[in-house]
Design a protein around this ligand. Structure first.
Ligand code: PGA
Length: 220
C-alpha cells in the first residue's frame, strides 16, 4: 500500500487539561492502525511537551509536529520559538499555512527561511500551498495543497481539480508527497486519498475530536 500522511492541525485550540483525554480516546477509537500510515498531531507550542508524553503513553505510533517555527536560530528574538527547541518535542513542522500567510504576513522569502531553519534542525517541513504555482523551497518533501475557499468552510475542493493541481505540484517542484487539506471529514476523506497524486490529508477542525480523527484515518 502506498504511504499516507494523516496530519492533525489543532491551530489555536485546546488546553493542557484536554490532552490526556484526547489521546486516551484516540487510542480507544483507532484500534490497530494501518502500517503504511504516518499519523502526526500538531498542537500549539505550549502543548507540545504534554502531547509528546501522552502519545508515548497511549499511541506510540503518533508523531508530534509544530505549527510554526522561527526563521531565526536560538537567540535574542523575543516571542519566537527556535527550531532547536521544537526539535526536543517534534519531528515535523507545518510551514506556510494560509493563516500564517494571511494574518502574519509570511511571504515567500520568510517561508523559505523557515524551511531552512527546519532543515537545519532535522525537522521535516510540511509546506502548505494555496495554489498550483506557489513556490516551494528546495528540499521540501511533503507539500499540502489547501485552497483557502476550502479551509474551515465545510466546502471541500473538487477532487478532480485537486488531482490536477497535486500532479502539477509534483512535476514542478519534485516534492515526493502532496497532501490535501480543507474541510476533510470522515465522509469525504477517501475521495482525496483515493486520488493517484494525493498522499494523505491535513485536517483542521475534524482533528479536534479524537473519534472523528480516528474515523478519518480508518476511511483514508
Ligand atoms: P479544516 O482546516 O480541516 O478545518 O478545513 C484545514 C487546515 O487549515 O489545515
Amino acid at each position: 500500500m502506498k504511504k499516507q500522511f494523516i496530519i492533525a492541525n489543532w491551530k489555536s485550540h485546546k488546553l493542557p487539561s484536554e490532552i490526556e483525554d484526547w489521546f486516551v480516546n484516540f487510542a480507544r477509537f483507532i484500534g490497530v492502525k494501518n502500517e503504511s500510515q504516518e499519523i502526526i498531531v500538531c498542537p500549539p507550542f505550549p502543548l507540545l511537551d504534554a502531547c509528546l508524553s501522552a502519545a508515548k503513553k497511549h499511541t506510540p505510533f503518533v508523531q508530534i509536529g509544530a505549527q510554526n517555527i522561527s526563521r531565526f536560530p536560538e537567540g535574542a528574538y523575543t516571542g519566537e520559538v527556535a527550531g532547536k527547541l521544537i526539535k526536543s518535542f517534534a519531528t515535523h513542522v507545518i510551514i506556510g499555512h494560509s493563516e500564517r500567510r494571511h494574518y502574519f504576513n509570511e511571504d515567500d522569502k520568510i517561508l523559505s527561511e523557515k524551511v531552512l531553519a527546519a532543515q537545519a534542525n532535522m525537522l521535516t517541513p510540511v509546506f502548505c500551498t494555496l495554489q498550483a504555482d506557489d513556490p516551494i523551497p528546495l528540499g521540501v518533501e511533503i507539500a499540502a495543497y489547501e485552497p483557502t475557499t476550502a479551509i474551515g468552510t465545510g466546502q471541500p475542493a473538487d477532487p478532480q481539480e485537486v488531482e490536477g493541481i497535486a500532479r502539477s505540484i509534483k512535476a514542478k517542484n519534485g516534492v515526493s508527497y502532496v497532501l490535501y487539506g480543507g474541510s476533510v471529514a470522515p465522509q469525504n476523506v477517501s475521495t482525496y486519498t483515493g486520488l493517484p497524486s494525493i498522499d494523505g490529508v491535513l485536517v483542521g477542525g475534524a482533528s479536534l475530536d479524537p473519534q472523528e480523527f480516528a474515523q478519518i484515518i480508518q476511511h483514508a
